[in-house]
Design a protein around this ligand. Structure first.
Ligand code: NAP
Length: 436
């Protein structure tokens, strides 16, 4: 019997479990740990609440989760209540699928000013992540600035721009919906340090900005390179740039009819946050130009009014004691998923925060092939029975998949009309909801 521990129950974790079941069938026992009492990681707390079709992939993970050989063990802090060494002594392979839950820091003066957030925190807030649910961003100012030109920046801008009616069918948490209902934001500026050809936004997601009820995207035609230059672009980027060209010529009637504008500010690099009484009031921006693909400051600066700033500039994996970490790259130091003998990583924890959810599938299958090359069919380690003993000794209150199903039933029962669920946003309520 092979004993496998997967740390993290998001897409990378569940695709890895699925691959392990395919590879070894009943000759393996797979335990999937999560720090939260609820599974699915990024699917629950990262994917935007108005993108329910993307969240539906959780149904596939559920099929893996309820299989005979796979077990979910929620509410266990690996690296905290249980160490990596302890897991290593119990399981033949420990696979870290912990994602990249920390914000890449915005390293400019004033970045810690009030109402300035990183996207991990801001997205966690509107998605009900227990760590960020109590964050309370102030939306009473007119100007929001979103830094970065990736899909997370798009998610944040769109969520800030939507009307309450546009959240129908979403699982945005009640506290965020309430705050957005009272929002006074009229202008959302998306800052990109490079140009239209360098955006990381994918066409489907970018296209959504063009169909919002009360908000219209705006692009300055002067920022766009000649159309002929688009020919060299990869097809996805070309489609996105074509959309930017459409946003550069919105019908005047349309522009005036919509009270919220979403302005793309290209060649604009944030330099400092200005605070008034500890709260953000403006952001100093330096104009850039491109030199061999890199943004270079021109020395020309200007101040953009800002009452809320959300920095969407990428993520880092959280380090775990005893696990080699590549500080520069922001993920575990690894060679094709191998970290140390018996210790592996997969997904964003292995390669950084890029790609789609589906990118984690080949990653998961790949790491299981690697583990299969490395470990014997049977090592005699204690596996889950050993973990259960340890958890009992230590008084760790573990949450099972059956418990999660009860929590989920309670969330579904609490949903407002038309919504799929109302999430519990604190750990105590989640644990209480599983019942006796
Ligand atoms: P991303 O795609 O890597 O975009 C990060 C953006 O931040 C880039 O525009 C980058 O500009 C900018 N940036 C980085 N450092 C900066 C700095 N110091 N100052 C100013 N700008 C800076 O990352 P992401 O948006 O966080 O997305 C992460 C992954 O999740 C991506 O693969 C994304 O596609 C995926 N995702 C997908 C969806 C979806 O499919 N619906 C939704 C959300 C996220 P440079 O290019 O100049 O570095």
């Amino acid at each position: 019997m092979r004993h496998i521990a997967i740390v993290g129950s998001g897409p990378a974790g569940y695709y890895t479990a699925e691959a392990a079941v395919k590879k070894w069938g009943d000759d393996a026992r797979i335990d999937i740990f999560d720090k939260l009492p609820v599974p699915f990681g990024l699917i629950r707390t990262g994917v935007a609440p108005d993108h329910q079709s993307i969240k539906a992939v959780a149904r596939r993970y559920e099929k893996t989760a309820i299989g005979q050989s796979v077990r979910f063990i929620g509410n266990v802090d690996v690296g905290g209540s249980v160490s990596i060494e302890e897991l290593g002594s119990l399981y033949d392979a420990v696979i870290l699928a912990t994602g990249a839950p920390q914000d890449r820091p915005l390293e400019i003066p004033g970045a810690r000013t009030g109402n300035v957030f990183g996207s991990a925190a801001f997205v966690g807030w509107y998605n009900g992540h227990p760590e960020f649910a109590g964050m309370d961003p102030v939306l009473s100012g007119k100007h929001a600035v979103v830094i970065g030109m990736g899909n997370v920046a798009l998610d944040v801008a769109r969520i800030l721009a939507k009307t309450e009616a546009e959240f129908a069918g979403s699982d945005i948490v009640a506290h965020a919906l309430e705050a957005l209902r009272g929002s006074a934001i009229e202008k959302i500026t998306i800052l990109g340090r490079r140009g239209p050809h360098q955006i990381m936004m994918t066409p489907k997601e970018l296209g959504e900005l063009g169909t919002l009820d009360r908000a219209a995207p705006q692009v300055d035609p002067a920022d766009l390179p000649p159309v002929a230059d688009d020919a060299v672009l990869e097809p996805g980027v070309r489609k996105s740039v074509t959309l930017l060209r459409e946003f550069a010529q919105p019908a005047a009637a349309d522009r005036n009819a919509k009270p919220v504008s979403i302005e793309f500010d290209f060649f604009a690099s944030p330099r400092a946050i200005t605070a008034t009484n500890g709260w953000v009031s403006a952001i100093e921006v330096e104009r850039t130009r491109l030199e061999t693909g890199r943004a270079v400051g021109t020395g020309e600066t200007y101040n953009l009014p800002a009452d809320l700033v959300v920095s969407c500039i990428g993520y880092r994996t959280s380090a775990i004691e005893g696990v080699p970490f590549d500080q520069r790259a922001g993920h575990f130091a690894n060679d094709e998923g191998r970290i140390l003998p018996g210790l592996y990583c997969v997904g964003w924890a292995k390669r950084g925060p890029s790609g789609t959810i589906g990118t984690n599938r080949p990653d998961g299958y790949g790491v299981i092939d690697t583990v299969d090359e490395d470990i014997a069919a049977s090592s005699g380690k204690a596996g889950r029975a050993g973990f259960d003993e340890l958890a009992q000794e230590r008084g760790i209150e573990i949450v099972t998949f059956r418990d999660w199903q009860k929590i989920e039933e309670a969330e579904i029962a609490a949903a407002r009309e038309g919504a799929p669920r109302e999430k519990f946003v604190d750990i105590e309520s989640m644990i209480a909801a599983r019942g006796a």
